[in-house]
Design a protein. Structure first.
Length: 290
């Protein structure tokens, strides 16, 4: 067994709660009493998700934001967080950034666990719990032929920020260091979408995942996708990830909040993705995969 996809496929053979949605979604959905809870967990690894030289306050912020972005994709409002923290350098700065993010997004700490590592690359984890404000809770699997594929904003800003930060050059690095989960947009979109997820691993790869979960074909013209970098970096921007825009499908006639950009269509078919008129039969190279 090698790679993330093979491991997840093996996990699917274990006993799964129905709220796990077959491990094919951004989060688990639990109906308890009169409430619908949304739970998600993301981890970050030093040297993979952040540069070793980065301010740990920014790392803490991003850890919170990436988890809350999954709640945004479910149209859920934050309830609380549970932290898994490996002690290391600048823990005081980490706590500062954690507090900033919690106050900004109104999401208090519920608890968690703290461990001490062996001095290698640190791994940090966070579980976010939210409350769905609309049911059924949006999933990746509801796209229907005839729908339109939308994106809430441009991609590529995080890539540009990372490159500037790594090179130590002038540039806007905020999109990479301190992404903003689109919680309000997710709440507003939830009643109208047929499928929704956040763009974390690259627009093309996440489109492939949405199409696969829904059993449809997404037809995308790359020039229709808004980007935050020069045109000669378009192909990179569509694959880089870390932008945390919301990617969703809805009927073209849906009463959507302002700001969403149509970037493709949903059709019947066996190939998950048609890009610029060409069928993409392999997800390799479409985005970031562990």
């Amino acid at each position: 067994m090698t790679g993330e996809l093979a491991f997840i496929e093996a996990l699917r053979r274990l006993p799964l709660h129905r709220g796990a949605r077959g491990l094919a979604d951004d989060a688990a959905v639990l109906e308890i009493g009169g409430e619908t809870l949304v739970l998600t967990h993301d981890s970050m690894v030093e040297g993979v998700h952040w540069l070793p030289s980065q301010d740990m306050a920014d790392v803490a912020w991003k850890l919170v934001a990436t988890n809350l972005s999954d709640l945004a994709a479910k149209g859920a409002e934050p309830v609380g967080l549970m932290l898994s923290h490996t002690l290391g350098r600048d823990d005081d700065r980490f706590l500062h950034g954690l507090g900033e993010a919690m106050l900004t997004f109104g999401c208090p700490l519920l608890g968690g666990d703290t461990v001490k590592g062996d001095g290698g690359d640190r791994t940090l984890g966070l579980t976010a719990i939210g409350r769905a404000v609309h049911t059924p809770v949006p999933s990746r699997s509801g796209a229907q032929p005839g729908d339109t594929l939308f994106l809430t904003g441009p991609v590529g800003a995080a890539m540009a920020g990372f490159e500037a930060l790594r090179a130590g050059t002038q540039g806007d690095t905020a999109a990479f260091r301190r992404p903003m989960p689109l919680l309000e947009q997710g709440l507003a979109l939830a009643p109208h979408v047929t499928a929704m997820m956040d763009v974390s691993d690259g627009l093309l790869l996440d489109s492939w995942r949405l199409a696969t979960a829904s059993g449809v074909t997404l037809v995308i013209a790359s020039e229709e996708v808004p980007i935050a970098v020069p045109e000669d970096r378009r192909a990179d921007a569509l694959r880089w990830g870390d932008d945390y825009q919301l990617l969703f499908t809805a009927p073209l006639t849906a009463a959507l909040p302002a700001g969403a950009v149509p970037v493709g269509t949903v059709e019947e078919g066996e190939t998950p993705l048609i890009l610029d008129g060409l069928a993409v039969t392999d997800a390799s190279g479409l985005g970031y995969a562990h």
